[in-house]
Design a protein around this ligand. Structure first.
Ligand code: PMP
Length: 313
């Protein structure tokens, strides 16, 4: 369920969300020259209120993404962190919330010649939130291996979360929908697995070994991916090999799951309409998802440093 919160942070101030508008000349709208993040705040048990999961890591990635497009963020990571918490507090409510920082090229600075470029273009920062519960289907995702290859890093750096890149993801997802599937798995130019449309992918082989494509495979290095690698090591004693994963390994897997701020930990139960193993969410995937849920909801004190509580009003 999605409800509109009252406030946004736009161009340096808190404003009513429904008043935020942008000129049609906004450069990012024309050339995809924006960067963004997707962050989640979770309701903790009882009346403990909301806490943001791995806020600093997301804001640091935003800063790095901005650097790739020569966008100078108007706020430091610490200041953005304060703004996120303040916005959540102002918007109130104790339900799960999705947080969307967006920094984008706005307008040519005086003296800058018209055209496709990065330098000499001003940038702006907007932060919005959306109320959002878990949208993971418990029965798992039907995935399609996309005919669209993921944009390679030699074309657009994949480690940066750049708005323009997502035309690629949208094409892949739409193709998956047209084929009756829930999500797309994208291969790289070399034919190896990269990631899903908005998440990273892990494969559990017949031998029980876990693998996920390395950062050099043109993936976005997900914060959930890093979280899950750490949880698998600490809670399950299971190492994850970060290595190239071939297309054929998907067909032969015991379990496949995706990780991302949005999808959290989701089982992939079919690929190109062929069931993964039994066609049900695997045992490891389910246990991992349970641990992940406990961590993000503050029920695992060992991981409390990953949560930033929203101060009460
Ligand atoms: N890959 C892509 C293309 C994504 O959009 C996302 C979501 N940000 C991810 C992976 C997962 O990243 P994270 O775990 O940091 O949300």
């Amino acid at each position: 369920a999605v409800a509109s919160p009252r406030f946004a942070f736009h161009n340096g101030e808190f404003v009513r969300a429904d008043t935020v508008g942008l000129p049609v000349s906004t450069q990012a709208l024309h050339y995809g020259t924006g960067v963004f993040e997707g962050i989640r705040a979770y309701a903790r048990e009882g009346t403990a209120g909301l806490a943001v999961f791995r806020l600093r890591e997301h804001l640091e990635r935003l800063e790095r993404s901005a650097g790739a497009l020569r966008i100078r963020l108007p706020l430091t990571v610490d200041d953005m962190s304060d703004v996120v918490l303040d916005l959540l507090r102002r918007n109130g409510g104790d339900g799960d919330t999705y947080i969307r920082p967006l920094a984008y090229k706005l307008a040519l600075e005086p003296g800058t010649p018209f055209g496709v470029r990065l330098s000499g273009v001003s940038a702006q920062f907007t932060l919005t939130t959306v109320r959002m519960g878990s949208y993971v289907r418990s029965e798992g995702l039907a995935c399609k291996v996309s005919t669209f290859r993921r944009v390679p890093s030699v074309s657009i750096p994949s480690t940066a979360k750049i708005t323009g890149t997502y035309a690629n993801n949208a094409l892949a997802v739409e193709e998956a929908y047209a084929d009756g599937c829930d999500d797309a798995l994208m291969l790289g130019l070399d034919g190896n697995l990269t990631e899903a449309s908005t998440s990273n992918v892990f494969v559990v082989g017949r031998d029980g070994r876990i693998a996920t494509p390395p950062v050099t495979a043109d993936i976005l290095p997900g914060i959930t991916r890093a979280t899950v690698i750490e949880l698998l090591a600490r809670e399950f004693g299971l190492p994850v090999a970060e290595r190239p994963v071939g297309r054929a390994e998907l067909d032969d897997a015991q379990e496949v799951f995706t990780t991302g701020t949005g999808v959290e930990v989701s089982a992939v139960t079919s690929i190109d309409h062929r069931p993964v193993s039994t066609g049900r969410a695997g045992d490891l995937t389910r246990r991992l998802r349970d641990v992940y849920t406990e961590v993000v909801r503050g029920r695992r004190p060992a991981y409390a440093t990953w949560l930033t509580p929203v101060p009460p009003r």
